[in-house]
Design a protein around this ligand. Sequence first.
Ligand code: ADP
Ligand code: MG
Length: 450
Amino acid sequence: MATNEILEGLIKDPDRLKDLADEAKELALQHGALLRIFENPNSSEVITYTPFTLFPSPVPKAKFLQALALQIHYNLLVDRISQDPGFLEEALASTIQADDFTANLFRLYREVQQEGRTKSIVMGLNRSDYMLDQREDGTCSLKQTEINTIAVGGICISGNLPVVHRRILQMLGLLEESQCVPENNCIAGMTRALARAWELYGQQEAVVMFLVEDVQLHKLGQRCIEHQLWRRDGLEVAVVFYCHGFMPENYKEQSWDVRLLMERSLAVKCPDISTHLAGTKKVQQELARPGVLERFFPDQPQVVEQIRATFAGLYSLDMGPEGDQTVAMALANPEKFVLKPQREGGGNNVYGEDIVRVLEEVKGDKRRAAYILMDKIRPKTEQNILLKTGQPLKLTSVCYEIGAFGAYVRQGKDMVMNECVGHLLRTKNSEQFEGGITARVSALDNPLLV
Ligand code: ADP
Ligand code: MG
């Protein structure tokens, strides 16, 4: 790769590297890759750039397009799971015995389910994340790390970076490469979905309500969506858009009542509670069982095959012989697996010797059903320079994760919109187990399609 030689040249010439990095940071600021600062997340007095990579990462074009093409099928899968109470009941039965947060979500789900309120309009916005797993024969395959169905991050910022990376490549004379950084306009697609749901709700005076947290690091991005939507007065809510509410810490006791109120309301929820539950790690693991995808795509064996090809090994830790076998397998080779609780937002998964410690503690009782076990994906590493506020410029071994954004709107049985609306490439130091831009680990990146 031409960029590799350039990287090595830059590392030997710190003045030139600093000039280029400064230029990149200024370009990022000019093009709106902005973040409020962690020290003062509720103020726009001082802002900074979103952490990002100096260079785009080379990503095999075929794998990238595979992830984007799959997204409409993943949208359907999530939506179909959300409409299948029997499946959700069964899949989550042991998890809700062991995990309070999932149990609380499930309690609300059952309550609205029993009230029989049919919601004719449903809107989903999700992000399916993948890494390229390196096989021993030198080939690689796209493997899903997880799918997020609530408060999906990265939509607002990912579209700002292509122009920055293209410009950096052009400045270094890499004109051909600069044309291999694809366009990415997630905000347009997801705004279209919100607007469609609002239109179908059919009340001119009704609004789209953004549910946000009180620490608003990402407010500037969320406002971009708001600016693209129609501005209306009035208080009737047509669409509730969750930018928050995905982790236990987001809820006080009273918040559960508020969530129930919203769930019962006529408003379109993005996501509704069943769609939220469809995004749990337990559901991801249950989908990997033989025959389960067929339940959701009964007449489409090719779709089943395409989705299944992206599944890494996923194993149940429910009580019983199957779960016992999973425990034994993990204890024998902990470095080959990731142990995952039902949490979102990064920093919750367990790796290496910690797997042994946690499993030794919970393996004898139902607490272990709060987790699932997954094969550890071994992504290829590349060299890059991560630009993060206050951090020195150095050559770093990095790996990336591809996210595909899906947006859909369903009215009754009709899918009135089902699209892949863009992508997110996040790159982290390959020595880090976990990713996440808010967690200050990953940096925003672009694929350089090769
Ligand atoms: P969360 O919902 O908290 O974001 P994820 O399951 O997406 O949790 O995992 C967080 C990060 O951990 C991912 O972004 C990825 O970098 C890493 N990770 C997750 N699963 C695997 C896996 N099976 N193999 C290797 N790394 C993984
Ligand atoms: Mg997640």
